[in-house]
Ligand binder design. Sequence first.
Ligand code: ADE
Ligand code: ZN
Length: 324
Amino acid sequence: MNWKDTPKTELHLHLEGAAPPAFIRQLAQEKSVSMDGVFDRNGDYQWADFLAFLATYEAACEVLKSPGDYQRLVAAVLEKSAQTGVVYTEISVCPDFCGGGDLGAWREYFDAMCQAADASPVETRFTVTAVRHFGPEQARITSAVAAQTAGHMLTGFGMGGDENFMNPADFAYAFDQAREAGLGLTSHAGEIAGPQSVIDTLDHLKVSRIGHGVRSIEDPALLARLADQGIVLEVNPGSNVALSVYPDWPSHPINALRDAGVKLSVSTDDPPYFHTDMVAEYDHLHRIHGWGASDFAASNRIAMQAAFCDEPTRTRLLTTFQEP
Ligand code: ADE
Ligand code: ZN
């Protein structure tokens, strides 16, 4: 079975983390920026563990210096999305890399990204992401920038980065500010850290979705809460295996989470870093976890129902994911 043409939604895709290595190398060459330590001898991104992954990710972002660079990057990422059957995507982007949180600069960068998204057949929304280990004060600046440009294609706010850095409560102000601006909320949790991280995220950040959340499987009471509140997990199985959250694909708890009544969707996170794409994720889920067309349609419907988009877009795209 080839899942390439199966229509897909993707709720969890980092713009910077989706940059093809060749794209970053090309920009580095154009700008004469050193990329020492970023690539291995095969030309792939080089990292050994989660913190090294974050360091390489940030080092690669050093070449993304102008609105034009971001326009090219969004075009390249959406081309790949379209090739892999994605019809609706939410791309997270970090304004810290786009002018350091300056509102005027961010507007220019974001306009350029929207131009590329407008030119793509993939229905696209953007979520602004704060980087947790940059600290609560930077997260406030990031969410202020998001709040002031909310609407149109900017529809969500979230947080990634080092999950062991401080506590979700420390970031409550940033999330309150984004919520008041009408943005949908999601945050990474239960990926590197255990279930308490998900509990704290729900309690303090009041998100409707969790990035990853897979380690909720370690706490039955949390699973019941997730199911009860209809919280949607943005599950990225290939990422979890690559980052050694689980030793291999068969150990991934995606089916156990679903069997516990937890709503979940499927995404790629940072595909070139983890040598994956949406077709590979579907292929593994089919071969290793027994997913078929109706399972994919169901998870895509869950994703569309949880999407940070307007109602006409949601209604239109939901018809794409009928039971086969
Ligand atoms: N930023 C990009 N990818 C991430 C991940 N998998 N976890 C936390 N922060 C991230
Ligand atoms: Zn992520």
